[in-house]
Design a protein around this ligand. Structure first.
Ligand code: NI
Length: 148
């Protein structure tokens, strides 16, 4: 059996959002989200980790140029300079960092394979990131939050 490894490639995109639940009144939104109801932007950093056996011929887990192309076409072009609230992926889903990470997972898993996509880490700023990892069969992606 060939050795396994995880490879991570970093991306960036700038996007705008606000926290808003359509079903709530403005007062309820304000009470829960405060200033986050005001449209604002972030320079997001995205770390995409793929895992698998190291191919004995190429020495690679994945062609990292191919990974770069897939993430750029699938995620960066979609979200860069976008209003996340206007994206159908966030219809009925507040574009929190957690939900951005889940949306990235949903976009990439079909392209990379859920078994090969090991982790999606979305940094909203240098002090806050959210991880989403692969799901157990039949389960939902699991989220994890960290604040340094
Ligand atoms: Ni924000």
């Amino acid at each position: 059996m060939s050795p396994h490894a995880s490879s991570t490639r970093r991306f960036g995109f700038a996007a705008g959002h606000r926290y808003w639940v359509e079903a709530w009144t403005p007062a309820e939104n304000g009470r829960v989200f405060g200033r986050l109801t005001v449209p604002h932007g972030h320079n997001y950093t995205l770390d995409v980790t793929v895992r698998g056996p190291i191919d004995p011929q190429t020495g690679m887990v994945i062609d990292l140029a191919e990974l770069k192309r897939i993430v750029a076409e699938t995620v960066v072009e979609r979200f860069d300079h976008a209003d996340l609230n206007a994206d159908p992926l966030f219809r009925g889903r507040v574009p929190t960092t957690e939900n951005v990470a889940v949306a990235v997972w949903e976009l990439l898993a079909p392209k990379l394979g859920a078994d090969r996509l090991a982790r999606v880490r979305v940094w909203e700023d240098p002090t806050l990131y959210v991880d989403v990892r692969g799901e157990p069969p039949g389960g939902e992606p699991s989220g994890e939050m960290a604040r340094k």
